[in-house]
Structures are given as C-alpha cells and as structure tokens.
Write a protein that binds this ligand. Structure first.
Ligand SMILES: N[C@@H](CCC(=O)N[C@@H](CS)C(=O)NCC(=O)O)C(=O)O
Length: 209
C-alpha cells in the first residue's frame, strides 16, 4: 500500500496542488477518486467519515487525516524537507502567499473556471465580477514575478505549488496567460522541475468536454 492516500478528482486544482507536491517529492502515494461533480463531498458519508468541511483534497498518512491544501502542503513540506523555505522568514512568507492564494488567486479564478469552463454558464454578472477579481490577483503576481523566479526566494516552495493549482488546466475562462508573461515564464519553470506532471496525468477522471 502507498504511504499517502489522496482523496481527489482530476478536475480539482486544489487537489492538484497536493498531487503535484507528492509527485515532485517522489512520495509513495495513490489517488482515490471522489465523485466531486456528482456531489459526493456534500454527502453524509463523506462529511461524517472523511471531512466535516465537505471538501477535497483529503490526505491520509497512517493514522493521520488532513484537509485544506495549505495545511496538507505544510505538513508534507515539513515531513519531506522539500519546498519548505530555507528559514523562518521564508516560511512565514510562504504562509502569506498560501493565504493570499486561498483568498484571492485560486478562489476567484477556480470559481470562474468552474462556471465558464465546466458548467458552461455563459457570461453573467457573476462571471464578469470573478474575472475582474482574478485579473487583479494575476496582476499582483505578475508584478511580483518580474524580479524573482519563484514567489519566495530563488527556489520553488509550496507557495508556488499552491498558486499553480489551476494554472495548467485547459478549460476556457475568457482569460489568457499570454497577457501575463512573467506568470507564463514561472509556469514553465515549475513545469521543468523533475517529475512534474499536469493535473489530468496525476489524477482521474478528466471531465467530458
Ligand atoms: N481552501 C480549500 C478549498 C477546497 C475546495 O474548494 N475543494 C473543492 C474542490 S476544488 C470541493 O471539494 N468542493 C466541494 C463543495 O464545495 O461542495 C483547500 O485549499 O483545500
């Protein structure tokens, strides 16, 4: 049996953050598919047995069960010694970026992608609002990456893996990474790390388009 068990689905960039960390750190792990689009995460069995918050990713390691990608990434970084940040200041900066990601970068963009790219909602005032908020977050990251290769220091950390959760998905959002050349270059640097794979290679299933 693998050391780590990740409850996840291919469509979820929040799960991809953890799957990518496990892959890059060469951990022994297995994905356990959750029927997220079918509502499994909201069901009584899931919330009573796996995560009271009704969300994936969920990571099991021995007797330990963890949720929230930021907490899971922090746990894995501490255990593996990979992507943690080199000192206390860097680790605090990593936490700062993970919080920003959960509130502003991933959250608006992931919700936009879900509505436009997966549910095919078409344009609505909600998608317009989300796109504007995502563009603001992208602009801040674009400016930060103008002067450094990764978000914290010179090397990749779990802050990069957190913000990278949704940036490799192909679904339509009405936004183009080509408008953000520093983010494009950062994406390529992460994708060049040994053992990198995209979300649908690491986790199933891929949604039917
Ligand atoms: N902040 C959480 C977000 C997790 C999250 O939103 N997961 C989604 C899948 S991407 C989910 O399970 N949603 C279930 C629902 O809202 O019903 C994390 O980083 O783990």
């Amino acid at each position: 049996m693998a050391d780590y068990r990740l409850y996840c689905t291919g469509v979820s960039g929040n799960c991809y953050k953890v799957a990518l960390m496990l892959a890059l750190s060469k951990c022994s792990w297995e994905p356990i598919a959750v029927d997220y689009t079918g509502g499994e995460t909201r069901g009584e069995k899931f919330t009573s047995e796996l995560n009271e918050l009704g969300e994936i990713p969920v990571l099991e390691h021995g007797a330990k069960r963890l949720t929230q990608s930021g907490a899971i990434l922090t746990y894995l970084a501490r255990r593996t010694g990979r992507f943690e940040g080199r000192n206390e200041d860097e680790r605090l900066d990593v936490l700062r970026w993970i919080l920003f990601d959960n509130h502003k970068f991933t959250s608006y963009f992931a919700t936009l992608r879900f509505l436009v790219g997966i549910q095919k909602s078409g344009e609505t005032p909600v998608t317009e609002f989300l796109r504007g908020r995502a563009q603001t977050a992208f602009g801040l990251v674009e400016r930060h990456l103008a002067s450094q290769p990764f978000l914290v220091g010179d090397d990749p950390t779990i802050a990069d893996l957190s913000l990278a959760g949704y940036v490799y998905y192909p679904e339509e959002t009405g936004l183009s990474w080509s408008s953000y050349p520093n983010i494009e270059a950062w994406k390529k640097r992460i994708a060049a790390l040994p053992s990198w794979s995209g979300p649908y290679e690491l986790m199933a299933p891929k949604p039917v388009s």
